[in-house]
Every structure is written in structure tokens, then in C-alpha cells.
Design a protein around this ligand. Structure first.
Ligand code: 13P
Ligand code: SF4
Length: 313
């Protein structure tokens, strides 16, 4: 493994490549990445990198977002089959029909969408900036929010809005069980429960802190003396343990499972060190986005980056 790590570092230098990794990636990939972050940070880094090649260690929509922002660069994803159940729950043709049926609505889409859905969107959001971006619109703005029903209904609740929410979900976060979480909280009295807003409403109701992967990590880093129950994909525990080595983190159980390790996104795990090495060596597989779609999709992504910069996010 050490040889592989060295070979990756050497290829990266030779090709002027940058490796970006999401917090849900395998630990060994997070360790080798130049930057590890949440979906917003990955888009921000992609937008400002001077590297010729971007290796996006994440899922397909993350590679697409980087390619849309940097059409002149080579964007690689070690395993292009790494998809996303949430993005899949919103096919572009059906979403287009839904948008057409609601003229006069502003379309806000979560970054976990295909480029074709982003092309139908006015502004993209991530879980870090969704609340702030929704609140940047007038209170009476008519809004369609897609595709995550849990994030959408959470944002409706915390902003007092009444957005029309697409009925999609992430199969990993959907599996967290409120009943099992309540049991775990009884076993760990005094623990702080951290939950990602892609979790169902009943799970979020039991959480002390609801936020993006970056926000949940920030909470743990700010108070490492506490114990945390963590209701999000288990990959985040790698960075949590690294940043807070003394802290106890208890992964929340999914329904039908007993261990936190079951809360793994199979797609995120498709990327391995071996595939990362191969993709740098062969400069493939490369992410491609239809130029017409990219031309329309870049506007809502850039709008998100501009609003986030203005808000200091
Ligand atoms: P964030 O990293 O933005 O919290 O998103 C989580 C996620 O589901 C990525 O697939
Ligand atoms: Fe998609 Fe869920 Fe996997 Fe994130 S964790 S990539 S939202 S399936």
C-alpha cells in the first residue's frame, strides 16, 4: 500500500493533478487526497484549482459539477459507476415536466443531481448553504425544491417556507431508524446526536445538531470532550477520529442492522486506491458533460458559489 501511495503521489506531480475527496470516501483515499471536504468545498476547490487534471474521489455528480465548472480541464473519477440514489430519484425528463407544470416558480436543486437537472435549475444548493440560499429569496417566493424530500421538508420547517418538494431520497440516510436511535440515546445519556438533513424527519427530531458533513465535523472539533452519536454515512467517522482522537463517536444504527458500518454508501466505496492509481496513470475514466447541458448547468452552480462567497460560506 505504501508503494501505491508513493506511486500516486509521483503521478500526481508528473501530471499536475489535484486529488479531491469527499468525507464519505474510504479512509485511505481521504488520507491521500489534497483536499477532503463536503460537497460545497469540493465544488469550491474545483472552481479555483490551477491543476490540469482534477481527480474527483466522490460520486459521478461531483465529477460532473467539477467538469461543468472547469470544461477545459480533465476531470477523472476513479470509478465512473459511482452513482447516487438521490440523484437517480430525480430523472431530468420527469423533473422538467414538473417544472413546466408550475410556471412562475424558482427552481432550487440540491447538488446531488445530474447535470441535466441542474440545467433546469435557477440555483444549486448543498446542505451547507441550502437554508441561507432559500432565505436569500423573498418570503413569498414560489419555490420548487428538488430532489431530497427530507432536506426539503427540513428547510421548510426551519425557514417557515412552503416550498414544493420533489419526492426523492438518499437510500443510505433513509435507512436510519428513529426507534433505534432513541434506544441508543438511552444507552448514551449526555451524548450529542449529530444528523445529516438527508435523514428522515423522525430522526432529525431526535438530533441535537442537524447539518452537512462539514457542519457535523465542526461541532465535534469545537467540543471534543463530548460523546457523539452520528447519524450520517459512516465515512465521516474517519475524519472525526483523526481530528478528535480522544472523542467517542457512536455510529447511529440503520433499521434492520446493528452496526454503524452498515451505513455505508456503496457508490462512495467503489473508489479504491488501486483505481485511483490506474485512473491517474491512464487519465481515464474521464467525466464528460454534453456542452449544451453544461452551458445551462454552469449558471446555477456559479450562482451558488457567488451567494456562498457573499455569505462567507
Ligand atoms: P455534504 O457533504 O454536502 O454534507 O453531502 C452529503 C452527501 O450526501 C454527499 O453525497
Ligand atoms: Fe448519494 Fe446518499 Fe451516497 Fe451521498 S450517501 S452519494 S446522497 S446515495
Amino acid at each position: 500500500m505504501e508503494n501505491l501511495t508513493q506511486a500516486i503521489a509521483q503521478l500526481k506531480q508528473e501530471k499536475n493533478a489535484v486529488i479531491l475527496g469527499h468525507y464519505y470516501q474510504r479512509g485511505e483515499i481521504q488520507d491521500i487526497a489534497d483536499f477532503v471536504g463536503d460537497s460545497l468545498a469540493l465544488a469550491q476547490w474545483a472552481a479555483r484549482t490551477e491543476a490540469d487534471v482534477i481527480v474527483m474521489c466522490g460520486v459521478h455528480f461531483m465529477g460532473e459539477t467539477a467538469k461543468i465548472l472547469c470544461p477545459e480541464k480533465k476531470v477523472l473519477v476513479p470509478d465512473l459507476k459511482a452513482g447516487c440514489s438521490l440523484a437517480d430519484s430525480c430523472p431530468a425528463d420527469r423533473f422538467e415536466q414538473f417544472v413546466k407544470e408550475h410556471p412562475g416558480y424558482t427552481v432550487i436543486s440540491y447538488v446531488n443531481t445530474t447535470a441535466a437537472v441542474k440545467a433546469l435549475t435557477d440555483v444549486v444548493v448543498t446542505s451547507t448553504n441550502a437554508k441561507a440560499i432559500v432565505e436569500s429569496f423573498p418570503k413569498d417566493e414560489k419555490i420548487i425544491f428538488g430532489p431530497d424530500r427530507n432536506l426539503g421538508s427540513y428547510i421548510n420547517a426551519v425557514t417557515g417556507r412552503n416550498m414544493l418538494v420533489w419526492d426523492g431520497a438518499c437510500h443510505v440516510h433513509e435507512r436510519f431508524s428513529a426507534g433505534k436511535l432513541a434506544e441508543l440515546k438511552r444507552l448514551h445519556p449526555g451524548a450529542i446526536t449529530l444528523a445529516h438533513p438527508e435523514c428522515p424527519k423522525a430522526v432529525l427530531a431526535l438530533a441535537d445538531v442537524v447539518g452537512s458533513t462539514a457542519a457535523l465535523l465542526k461541532q465535534a472539533v469545537a467540543h471534543p470532550e463530548k460523546t457523539y452519536i452520528v447519524a450520517t454515512e459512516a465515512g465521516i467517522l474517519h475524519e472525526m477520529h483523526k481530528r478528535c482522537p480522544q472523542t467517542t463517536f457512536v455510529p447511529a444504527p440503520p433499521s434492520g442492522g446493528t452496526c454503524g458500518d452498515c451505513n455505508e454508501c456503496k457508490d462512495m466505496r467503489l473508489n479504491t486506491l488501486e483505481k485511483l492509481y490506474d485512473c491517474l496513470r491512464t487519465e481515464s475514466p474521464e467525466v464528460q458533460v454534453d456542452p449544451d447541458i453544461a452551458e445551462r448547468a454552469v449558471r446555477p452552480i456559479r450562482r451558488m458559489l457567488e451567494i456562498s462567497a457573499r455569505l462567507g460560506l
